[in-house]
Design a protein around this ligand. Structure first.
Ligand SMILES: [Zn+2]
Length: 247
């Protein structure tokens, strides 16, 4: 198994632009930059190797039958809007997310900055659930709590649409309140946009917070549902009868 993976990696030629940094450093005759770029090249090689090897393991572990249904098409059960943050991933939510979760990811788990993707999941793939997931220690929410005016214009544009009450990004409680508020704003937008689907009972819109920091004290990595079709009151959420009880 490893032999195959190794061969794949050897055959892989990395695009020259990946090492553009090294070339630039050499031109400036900056020994330190050159050394740093050399390390960078090694780092990139290691990352790509991991990806290629892991992918080969995946190929080896999953035969054609695994993909038979996928080849026919996709019928995901949920459209999930979550943050691009590398600490938030599908395996925390679904043991078998392939073909099951239509994932839309951007900074700050926003619908407005990826509206077409969300609409595709809801209106073309007809997922009965739209789930928006924020998370503890969200960098986008923290940035939106402060002054980000000097950041690159494309990033600024994506932060401008995050409206949160918190001002102190150093206060985790305030961050969590803002993370929840951001999720609620996305849900409010979705309820307006997909009002017809929700009214007809074809779509439920829910929001939650993936709490890897355990800020809610309910367990590290707990997905806490904070909004069900606009209801944010925990008693009402419970009364809605949608959430199963877990330990
Ligand atoms: Zn985030």
């Amino acid at each position: 198994m490893y032999k195959v993976a190794k061969a794949s990696f050897a055959a892989l030629s990395l695009p020259a632009f990946l090492f553009a940094g090294q070339a630039m450093a050499a031109n400036t005759h900056d020994a330190h930059s050159a050394a740093a770029a050399g390390n960078e090249k090694e780092q990139i090689r290691a990352i790509v190797k991991n990806i290629v090897v892991d992918n080969q393991s995946f190929v080896n572990a999953n035969k054609a039958s695994h993909f038979a249904e996928h080849i026919k098409g996709q019928k995901p059960r949920a459209t999930v809007v979550t943050c691009s943050d590398s600490r938030v991933h599908t395996h925390a939510l679904d043991k078998d997310p392939e073909g099951d979760l239509f994932m839309v990811r951007d900074i700050g788990n926003q619908i407005t900055t990826a509206e077409g993707s969300v609409e595709y999941g809801v209106r073309h793939l007809h997922t009965p659930l739209l789930l928006v997931i924020g998370h503890s220690a969200c960098g986008a929410v923290k940035a939106a709590m402060g002054d980000y005016s000097s950041i690159e214009a494309p990033i600024k544009r994506e932060l401008d649409t995050i409206k949160v009450p918190g001002k102190n990004a150093g206060d985790n409680k305030e961050v969590m309140t803002s993370v929840e508020a951001n999720v609620n704003n996305q849900i409010a937008f979705a309820l307006q946009k997909f009002a017809a689907e929700v009214k007809e009972g074809k779509l439920a819109v829910m929001g939650g917070v993936y709490d890897f920091r355990n800020d809610y004290n309910l367990g590290h990595g707990k997905l806490v549902i904070t909004n069900v079709n606009g209801d944010t009151d925990p008693t009402k959420i419970k009364a809605a009868g949608i959430l199963p009880t877990t330990k």
